[in-house]
Design a protein around this ligand. Sequence first.
Ligand code: NAD
Length: 422
Amino acid sequence: MMQTLTLEQETNPWEAQAARFDFAARKLNLDEGIWKVLRYPAREIIVHIPVGMDDGSIEVFTGYRVQHSIARGPAKGGIRYSPDVSLDEVRALASWMTWKCAVVNIPFGGAKGGVICDPKKMSQGELERMTRRYTAELVEFIGPEKDVPAPDMGTNEQTMAWIMDTYSMHLRQTCTAVVTGKPVNIGGSRGRREATGRGISVVCDEALKYLGMPVEGCRVIVQGFGNVGSNSAKLLAEKGYTIIGIAEYDGGLFNSKGIDVPALIEHRSRAGTIVGFAGAEAADKDELITYPCEILIPAATENVVTSRNADRLRCKILCEGANGPTTTVADEILADKRVFIIPDILANAGGVTTSYFEWVQDRMGYFWTEAEVNQRLDAIMSQSFLDVVAYATSHGVNNRIAAYMLAIDRVAYTTKQRGIYA
Ligand code: NAD
């Protein structure tokens, strides 16, 4: 039904989100009014952020914060710094956060933020000033009980520390629970940095058990070697998976015997790139995702599996580390190829789950050991995987639609229970 779309239409993340939402809502026989409520974000904020640059000039950056839903709790979602940020992308990511929090059954709604900028080309001082002004513009819209940002592409623990500090300066008291993904010494949670990768490793374990496949000899290819990709690769390698390929924006690596992931992390922190790593041969970054493997983990960005390459994928399991890596047209092609998909709103939910733990610990003022965090994370990720596959089986739908249906059902139930305030 979607085959006539242009690539531009196919890769619009908002359209992709809306198409899956509509499909799942129809399957659920969702009440028409609730359908309208949940289809669109509750609030969209656009800010233009003046920043004094290092050379003395003034630059104005455009930033967004979209709050899709607060039905189940405060809005929750990352902040992205990238030249490709757009309002449609942030809208889609905000909606995905609502569904993701509902899939793993944590008490948050969904939000997302972004600033159109190229963090790779900005100094630390410029990034700090931009982050502080962006935070100041949003100060009445965020907060531990309102909307709790976190890192995403192009942002990190340092960014979260600046946001926490700026918000706290406005409040005139330290408020750690306003963001998650902070450094551990200022209210961050142990285990948060690795959490998304850890969650991915748990759902991969569960998928292998479900499909009756052994870990031994299980070949994995990872696209993107940032927070999600590198931690997924590291943790899966520790569990005995063989990481045969890694693709980055500037090149790919292949080693059929397995890449030494800690050594590659070492190399990247020294050289600033994965390219030139001695423990693997160079490979074409775009072709790499089509190499034969048991598990392919896109962990970079949206729209990397499209109608243009889906028929060439040779993985048995597609585990979506990134948000929205697969278009709806590609979904149909992969279904024909019987690829087992672990959808983004389930696969990468480990990050927001540990963010929830961080928020809980900040509000309690009592911090857990890494073992406690990991144990709770593993339990939620395993259970959520089992819930989604059970829902898929009982409703005769694929894993992605099952995850959406489960999530929409939970959010719709709460929305109806709360009623519409007038
Ligand atoms: P990051 O910025 O740490 O890493 C992204 C990496 O992907 C970078 O190293 C970048 O160079 C690389 N990359 C970008 N485009 C690429 C391309 N076309 N091909 C190959 N490599 C490419 O970001 P991250 O936090 O790891 O997030 C990655 C994805 O995971 C995003 O979609 C994000 O929304 C999603 N996600 C992140 C978290 C989290 O906890 N960080 C949680 C859930 C989902």
